[in-house]
Design a protein around this ligand. Structure first.
Ligand SMILES: [Zn+2]
Length: 359
């Protein structure tokens, strides 16, 4: 399942990003296919911290800057949040031949591992909404049109025992179309945080996984907040080194923009919709990202722990379920939180920004 993204003002000109950061498992779709191999008998290591780094596969037409950016981002995010895996991160460029070669590599791997029939895998990559061709086309269309646009997502696959990501051309690492390396780094952290979220849910049942992941604002708000916060923290501490000259907005400036754009999105695209009822399917779904990030900031401030999600919430999730873990982590019910947060959303921005770190 995918969605939207992101209008943002960069250096006083307006860029439209249509980045779809897919998070909901596409395992249901994959389960339509049987595999060439027998079921794996390997031990299920889901949710355990591991030593092996993420495996990154990039199309041959992409630059070293792109590959290094993805590899570095996944490694650094794993360094600070825990190295969950196994992660496979597949990155498309813009050229058809390179995309087909990457698809061949991917589908041969799926066949060898007993995940999919190779022929079905290749057909899926050509035709599906989440197939490699669809991701190649996003990057190709961005370059042809001159309009910045990216799409990436964690598309399963618990049933294969991996976190599988697919990405269109991450233009920021090449500093094209107004996108920047540090901005792209936030996107890589965001995606990896979805792997972290999924690592804390053990079930193979799609519906149980979906329920435990929680509402859209919580899933996406968590990924936005954690990525925006920890890229800045690691840049400030020197734990993440990036040498390009494009500096990020401060954390507070970034969140001020999110407050404005989230409210505007609801008002213009889903008037009357409550923040907590926004789903990926709604036209204002990106408000779940913007205001969801504020919600996580609010909850973190409530317990005076900027890393409350990983320190308090996710370790309790599998045992207590989403609402139980929410109450245990933050000390209030989600129903009470929605009342309190609605009051917070109506405060002035200078008061709201007091809960944010200076980064
Ligand atoms: Zn996301």
């Amino acid at each position: 399942m995918c969605f939207i993204f992101n209008s943002r003002i960069v250096n006083n000109f307006f860029l439209l990003f249509i980045a779809s950061l897919c998070v909901v498992s596409c395992g249901q779709l994959d389960s339509l296919y049987d595999s060439d191999e027998n079921e794996s008998t390997a031990v299920d290591i889901w949710g355990q911290i591991m030593d092996e780094p993420a495996e990154v596969f990039v199309a041959a037409d992409l630059s070293d800057a792109v590959k290094n950016g993805i590899v570095t981002g996944l490694a650094k995010a794993a360094e600070v949040w825990g190295n969950y895996g196994p992660v496979e991160y597949w990155v498309l460029g813009t050229e058809v031949d390179a995309a087909n070669d990457l698809s061949e590599l991917y589908c041969e791997r799926r066949s060898q591992r007993g995940d999919l029939y190779k022929a079905n895998c290749l057909a899926h990559n050509q035709q599906s909404d989440h197939g490699f061709e669809s991701y190649r086309k996003v990057g190709y269309d961005a370059i042809i049109s001159g309009q910045a646009s990216t799409s990436m997502g964690r598309n399963g696959a618990r049933d294969w025992g991996i976190h599988r990501f697919t990405s269109s051309y991450p233009i920021g690492f090449d500093s094209v179309l107004g996108a920047t390396p540090k901005g792209e780094m936030i996107t890589v952290y965001h995606e990896y945080f979805h792997a972290v979220q999924h690592a804390f849910i053990f079930s193979l049942d799609f519906d149980e996984r979906d329920k435990k992941m929680g509402p859209t604002w919580f899933v996406e708000g968590g990924a936005v907040y954690m990525a925006e916060l920890f890229v800045r923290k690691m840049l400030a501490s020197g734990d993440l080194v990036m040498t390009d000259n494009h500096e990020l907005d401060t954390f507070k400036v970034s969140f001020e923009f999110k407050m404005h754009s989230g409210k505007q999105s609801i008002n213009t695209e889903c008037p009357g919709t409550l923040f907590q009822d926004i789903t990926y399917e709604l036209a204002c779904s990106y408000a779940a990202y913007d205001l969801g990030a504020w919600a996580i900031a609010y909850l973190s401030d409530l317990v005076a722990d900027e890393n409350a999600l990983l320190n308090r919430f996710y370790p309790k999730l599998d045992d207590l379920g989403w609402e139980g873990a929410f109450q245990a982590a933050f000390g209030i019910s989600s129903a009470q939180f929605f009342i309190d947060f609605d009051v917070f959303l109506n405060q002035d921005i200078e008061t709201q920004k007091l809960i944010l770190s200076d980064l």
